[in-house]
Design a protein around this ligand. Structure first.
Ligand code: 13P
Length: 250
């Protein structure tokens, strides 16, 4: 591997505290020293505080939240702020996951507000974008990607150096066992690159991930696409064996 790469586990709402510790204890026993790919584990908010301590125990691992609220502070019962995540040593945060967009009604504008707050903080965003099946069938993929990226980046004042991960996750490929084809990913990642190249993101390091039914059988093919810098993995990240199988192909 000679490009900077990322192997991101999105555990969604699947692991409780004991299961999370069990997983990390298993990961701790694996020799990760040969592979320089960055592992980012995104557990539940509840467990983040305890799990970030594993940064000291496992070299090359980091942690991210699965979401953050769009306001910095105040009367927002049940929400978690950017500064709360910063204060526990969390480094990354997933924004705009399709499950939040579709199931929880998050809009492009909500995501834009979050992007701005995160950009100005010590956190780094993992922005999720991707078209639905209907949008794909109606050949609207590039319009959707453009709208999602432009809105998310619109209110950012790009003045400081930042790592930004953009995860291309076609909604129809998430949790279905059917990943997008290498041809489709190549094409859509190129579209994403073009959109970004038209925005003055100054010195930001922008990396492109693919997500949607990544597994041990398709990872190396997808990673062989030049512009793909890693994966955002759901189902296959839940078992250490299947996650590690993907990681080894990066
Ligand atoms: P799956 O890997 O289960 O398709 O989920 C992808 C995803 O949503 C990661 O954020």
């Amino acid at each position: 591997m000679n490009k900077t790469s990322f192997c991101v586990a999105n555990w969604k709402m699947n692991k409780d505290f004991n299961e999370s510790i069990f997983y990390l204890e298993k990961l701790k026993k694996i020799d990760l020293s040969e592979n320089k790919s960055n592992i980012i584990i995104c557990p539940s908010y509840l467990d983040l505080h305890e799990l970030v301590k594993y940064k000291e125990k496992i070299k090359g691992i980091d942690f991210g939240a699965q979401n953050v609220f769009s306001e910095p502070k105040g009367s927002f019962t049940g929400e978690i702020s950017v500064s709360m995540l910063e204060s526990i040593g969390c480094k990354w945060v997933i924004l705009g996951h399709s499950e939040r967009r579709v199931v929880l009604g998050e809009t492009d504008l909500d995501i834009a507000k979050k992007m701005k707050l995160v950009y100005e903080s010590k956190l780094n965003p993992i922005l999720c974008i991707g078209e639905s099946l209907l949008e794909k069938e109606q050949k609207e993929t590039s319009v959707v990607l453009k709208r999602q990226i432009n809105t998310a980046f619109n209110s950012i004042d790009f003045k400081k150096n930042k790592n930004i991960l953009i995860a291309y996750e076609p909604v129809w490929a998430i949790g279905t066992g059917v990943a997008a084809s290498v041809a489709d990913i190549t094409n859509n990642i190129k579209i994403i690159k073009n959109i970004i190249n038209n925005i003055d993101t100054k010195d930001c390091n922008i990396y492109l991930l693919y997500g949607g039914s990544v597994d041990g059988n398709n990872a190396s093919n997808i990673f062989s696409i030049n512009e793909v810098d890693g994966f955002l993995i759901g189902t296959a990240s839940l078992s250490i064996e299947s996650f590690y199988k993907i990681y080894r192909q990066i």
